[in-house]
Structure formats: C-alpha cells, structure tokens
Design a protein around this ligand. Structure first.
Ligand code: SAH
Ligand code: SF4
Ligand code: F3S
Length: 485
C-alpha cells in the first residue's frame, strides 16, 4: 500500500536511493507519526489544531500550496483562513524585489503572533528560500521561524515537521536542496476549488532569460510522465473537477528528456480524452517555440480554451536580444497574426517588462507599438526589478526610478486603451462561462470566460462550478457585467 508505512518498512528503505524510489512511502511514515502527535496535542488543547498556507507568486506556487495543505490535512490540522493558526507556512516568490519585501514584513508580523502563542510553528518555503542571502537573513533576524525548506523538497514537509518536533532547537531547521531530485508522485493534495485545478506538467526552466530568477530557484526543466499527468487529471475529474490548467514555465518544451519523448500538443490530446474534463488551459508558452502543431490543436480541440498567454516582455528587437528571448519584434507580430488567423476569436494576453537595462525611449516606443498592433485582451505589466545573480542585474544602463515610473504609466495607458477596445467588441454576445465564485453580496456570481476574462451576473449559489451561458451586457474594460442567457 502506498499511503501507509510501518517502522519496519521505513527501516528497510535505503535513504541513499533517488527520491522517487524511496518516496512517498517514507513520507507516509512521518505523516502517520505526526497524526498521533497532533491528535494528542489537540486533545490537550481541547480543540483541533489549525494551519494556514499563504501563497505569494504564480500558479506554480499556488499548486505547491495545495500539496502542502494536503500534507497538513492528512496530519490532522484543520484549515484556518487567517494567520492566527497553530502552523503557518509562507510559500514565497522572489520574481521581483517587491515580492521579497512583502514577505519580510509579514514574517515580522508572524513573529509577533508567535510571541503570544509560543506553541505556534512557522515555516517558510518557495522561491525565496532557494536564495543564500535570504537564508542568512532568516538565520540572523528571524530566528523564530521553525522550518525553512526549498522548492525541490516540498514533498518532505511531514518529515521536516517530525524532525523539528522530535529534536527541538531554538534555531530554524533549514533544508534547502541546490538542485532537484526527480519527481515524487502520489502525495496528498488539497484542492482550493472543487471544480478547477492546476496540474504540473513540468518543473523548472532552461531558458535563462537574462532578467529572470526562476531558473535559479526552480532548477532545470523536468517533465512529468504523460501517464502520471493523465492519471492525476482522471482522479480530478472523478472528484468533480471540470477545468484543468496545465502548468509549466515553458510548456512548449514539455516532454524533452522523457524515456519516450512526447510533444505538448500530443499531451493535450491525451488530457482532452479524459471524460468529465470540459475545459483545458495552459500556462505558459514561450513565443520562440510555439509550434504550428500546437496552434492547430488549439484551433480544432473543442476542450481547449481559445486563449494564448504569449509573454512579449519587450517590443524592441534589441532589448529582446539582451533579454535572451530568441525572437524579434517581427517574429512576435507574425506569431500573433498567425494565431488570430488560425484560431478565429482567440484571445491573446501577455506579460511586459518596462525599464530593462539599456532601454531607450525608442525601444520603449517599440513596445507600445506592439501593444497597439497586437490587440491584447489583457496584459500584465511589470517594472524591471534587478535580481541578484542574473546577468541583467550587472548590465550597464540601469534605468532610473523616475524614467521607469513614467514609462510604466505610459505603458499602462496604452494597454488600457487597447484592451478596452478589444473587450468591448464582445459586448452583447452570449458566452459560456465557468461559475467560480458566489460573491459576498450573496446575489451575484463571478464566472470566467474561455478567454480568461471575468463576468459578474445575478444568480444563485447552485450554479457554482457549472458552465452556463451568460450575455455580456456591459463592458467595464477588463471585466463584464452580464445576465444569465
Ligand atoms: N515562465 C513564464 C513566467 C515567468 S515569471 C514566462 O516565461 O512567461 C512571470 C513574469 O514576471 C514574466 O513573464 C516577466 O514578465 C516578469 N518578470 C520576470 N522577471 C522579472 C524581473 N526581474 N523584473 C520584472 N518583471 C519580471
Ligand atoms: Fe523566466 Fe524566461 Fe524561464 Fe519564463 S522562460 S521562467 S521568463 S527564464
Ligand atoms: Fe515567483 Fe517562483 Fe513563481 S519566483 S513567479 S513563485 S516560480
């Protein structure tokens, strides 16, 4: 049996074996042990023990948080909405400096909670934990943090809690691996929503865009086996999930290095055979290798959302070169045209960075030009943030705060204008939406369109998690007000 492990079995497991061969059985041993310890603590306290996992960052982190929550629940902790819980985990992001600053401030706040509740446990994990200077700072200034672990050993949470409880010390227990072991499957996971779920198809990134910290903190690209992915999607569908989002930093290179190489388009075909799954999304394709076969698959496969998130980053060919993106302004525009031609009605969204080192006024204007020509449905815009250890942080021509802010404002204006025009075109049409939230006013629902935009409309809680037709009555720029059709 996978989900149990005796002391005898544990002792027979050779811990020098690679992780996939020794896990998850070892972890189930620690889960079992902790379950007894947590039950005893709860009995003494006269109440259940609670946990809170706070996610900073992208969908990958959100997915990891579901895995952490799954482990904590199987140990016997009950979820708490606030950080006033017995066990709090901060799952951190370090993609931009402001993500870091936010985390430090909030850890300080956790310290004040712990001084009132000394039995509280605090753990920190995620992308910040992979950085040496962060670990030094935690050791020096935040000694009250109990456990620090990284992006490569999320699966070890139960073992680390067990170690901390059985060998107490006033220093943080730090367990961060420099590189990833192979992928550990079959651990518990707790879904945030009952009807939609993210599914990792690969981990890490090999692209090394010169501004980006992700390859350093998430390691090299590793793909999950297609049969493991399909099995997970089947289990999700059996449990009521109708929409899956396949997650990877560069989904086009899915399948490389597997025993039998599989393309991303082939994987999509396999996943779409799973009965019960009605919608499939994916994040993120890289413009440099978005293949014709993938565009074709999106066009013909009815389960695939007609939405492509295609990060532009910059519209200047010169800056794109310095960013190590491997496409030019013209390549990008041609790709947008191709997608629109082959997938009628497709929504294209993007990510843009302003103020990359050496960006001139002309470079910036090229970006605005691409925004105007591409017709994005929405765009995430970011101010360039130098990341320690990345090549761009050392490049000459770092842009002043003042110029950065001014370009950012101008870019936002251009983006708002374009997205408002594009989204307004759909006003009056009837679209299928997945109902995601029953709003706090207890009268309206929020649903997501195929193109990822939101619509608010009146309806009852009974529609939650269902796909319904909604008329888009009014366009509010980046969302709609609608009515059930
Ligand atoms: N793998 C995805 C997403 C990576 S992170 C991709 O390639 O698109 C999400 C976004 O954060 C990136 O697309 C980029 O626009 C932004 N980003 C990454 N590093 C940044 C930095 N140093 N400063 C500002 N924005 C950054
Ligand atoms: Fe970062 Fe580039 Fe990899 Fe995306 S593709 S995660 S931007 S290095
Ligand atoms: Fe942030 Fe890590 Fe995602 S740095 S954007 S949480 S991969």
């Amino acid at each position: 049996m996978l989900n149990s492990c005796s002391e005898e079995l544990l002792n027979s497991i050779d811990i020098s074996l690679p992780a996939p061969e020794r896990e998850p059985q070892r972890q189930y041993y620690f889960i079992k042990k902790l379950k007894e310890m947590v039950a005893l603590k709860a009995e003494n306290a006269g109440r259940s023990l609670t946990y809170h996992v706070e996610t900073f960052g992208c969908q990958m982190n959100a997915k990891d948080s579901e895995k952490l929550a799954g482990i904590l629940q199987s140990i016997g902790y009950v979820e708490n909405e606030s950080e006033k819980a017995d066990f709090v985990i901060y799952n951190t992001c370090t993609v931009r400096e402001n993500a870091n600053t936010k985390v430090y401030g909030r850890i300080g706040y956790l310290g004040s909670l712990k001084s009132k509740n000394p039995d509280m446990m605090i753990a920190m994990c995620g992308c910040m934990s992979q950085e040496k200077h962060v670990i030094e700072k935690i050791k020096k200034n935040y000694r009250f943090v109990d456990i620090v672990f990284g992006t490569h050993n999320i699966y070890m949470l139960a073992e680390l809690i067990y170690l901390k409880l059985t060998e107490p010390s006033d220093k943080p227990l730090i367990s961060v691996f420099d590189s990833a072991s192979e992928i550990v499957e079959e651990l518990p996971s707790e879904l945030k929503y009952g009807f939609k779920a993210g599914v990792n198809i690969m981990y890490g990134c090999n692209n090394f865009c010169s501004y980006c910290i992700v390859p350093y903190v998430r390691g090299r690209e590793r793909s999950r086996r297609p049969e493991d992915i399909v099995k997970e999607v089947e289990t999700l569908a059996e449990n009521g999930v109708i929409e899956v989002m396949l997650l990877g930093q560069n989904v086009n290179s899915y399948g490389k290095g597997l025993d039998k190489e599989v393309t991303f388009a082939e994987l999509l075909r396999e996943v779409s055979k799973v009965e019960g799954i009605k919608r499939i999304r994916f994040m993120t394709p890289h413009p440099k290798d978005l293949s014709d076969s993938l565009i074709e698959e999106i066009a013909v496969n009815p389960k695939l959302c007609k939405h492509v998130h295609l990060p532009l980053q910059s519209g200047s060919t010169e800056i794109l070169k310095k960013m190590n993106r491997h496409y030019s302004k013209d390549d990008y525009l041609r790709l947008v045209e191709k997608i629109k031609r082959k997938i009628p009605g497709a929504a294209i969204t993007t990510d843009i960075i302003v103020g990359f080192p050496g960006e001139t006024e002309e470079d910036f204007e090229e970006t605005v030009d691409v925004v105007k020509k591409s017709g994005f449905t929405s765009a995430y815009t970011f101010q360039y943030s130098p990341r320690r250890g990345t090549p761009a942080a050392e490049m000459p021509g770092q842009i002043s705060e003042e110029v950065l802010k001014s370009r950012f404002e101008r870019l936002l204006e251009a983006v708002h204008q374009v997205t408002a025009e594009i989204t307004a075109l759909e006003t009056g049409s009837v679209k299928a939406v997945l109902v995601e939230e029953f709003n706090t006013d207890k009268q309206t629902l929020t649903g997501r369109l195929d193109n990822n935009l939101l619509v608010h409309f009146e309806g009852g809680e009974n529609l939650l998690g269902k796909i319904v037709n909604v008329k888009l009555d009014e366009c509010k720029g980046f969302y709609y007000i609608g009515s059930l059709a």
